[in-house]
Design a protein around this ligand. Structure first.
Ligand code: NAP
Length: 248
């Protein structure tokens, strides 16, 4: 039986790269998405074409009913969850805090913070021996923004990732004795579609000269760290916040 992994936001960018690499490493992968079913289906197709096992799993991670239904579908199709990558996340248009509407703040915090909490809660309910589970591993996607604060761009996004760092530290210690490891990866400037979704399609290229390594990172470079953290190779690593940011 293959270990079962859920990657939220697995249809594009870092999530898609993680789903593909983890499938290669032997996981049966649930590829979550909220809207882009074609993109999720393409990731599933690529995994199956390479001889792996995968399913697409629609759910808006900010909606509890969606999350509950998605976990039940994964239980039924792939079996008990062994690993979770809390990757689904959003940015928004560049704004100062004094210009941020409440709706924007709610969407940001609901998706990036509540979505990660809800998925981690359902994962622990399957992994913890308290609930009949056998342990597991969780990787949360934070950001270098948690350290930098993203002034004039999206302080709300940076603050949501600061919450993810603290969530990672707390949950890691809460479940460490139950065989569940919880870590976070903090990417820097990574070349994905997230920048276009915030109205800055050229952001990765424009900011590259400010990165100590003088280039943006790729989704695959982040995925390698995530898949390592999930693996037994990282068996004594928990509560770690790992920068994958070219020195930024
Ligand atoms: P991306 O290319 O924009 O992909 C985002 C993924 O999340 C898509 O699969 C999207 O699917 C999904 N998603 C968005 N909202 C969702 C929701 N409410 N429910 C379920 N899925 C949802 O993003 P990325 O650049 O790969 O970023 C992935 C993670 O890394 C994020 O948490 C991001 O904050 C973090 N990160 C990225 C960078 C960077 O420079 N790229 C840097 C630091 C941290 P749909 O299109 O179907 O909604």
């Amino acid at each position: 039986m293959k270990p079962v992994l859920l990657v939220t936001g697995g249809s594009r960018g870092i999530g898609a790269a993680t789903a593909l690499l983890a499938a290669e490493a032997g996981y049966a992968v649930a590829v979550n998405y909220s809207r882009s079913s074609l993109a999720a289906d393409e990731v599933v197709r690529q995994i199956r074409a390479a001889g792996g096992q995968a399913m697409a799993a629609q759910a808006d991670v900010a909606r509890e009913s969606d999350v509950l239904a998605m976990f039940e579908r994964i239980d039924a199709r792939l079996g008990r969850l062994d690993a979770l990558v809390n990757n689904a996340g959003i940015v928004d248009q560049a704004r100062r805090v004094d210009q941020m509407e409440l709706d924007r703040l709610r969407r940001m915090f609901d998706t990036n913070i509540l979505g990660s909490f809800l998925c981690a809660r359902e994962a622990v309910r399957r992994m913890s021996p308290r609930h009949g589970g056998h342990g597991g591993a969780i990787v949360n996607l934070s950001s270098a923004a948690a350290r930098i604060g993203s002034p004039g761009q999206y302080v709300d996004y940076a603050a949501s990732k600061g919450a993810i760092d603290t969530f990672t530290l707390g949950l890691a210690r809460e479940v460490a004795a139950e065989g569940i490891r919880v870590n976070a990866v903090r990417p820097g400037i990574i070349d994905t579609e997230i920048h276009a979704s915030g109205g800055q399609p050229d952001r990765a290229r424009e900011l590259a000269p400010q990165v100590p390594m003088r280039r943006a990172g790729s989704a695959q470079e982040v995925a390698r760290t995530i898949v390592w953290l999930l693996s037994p190779e990282a068996s004594y690593t928990t509560g770690a916040l790992i920068d994958v940011s070219g020195g930024r």
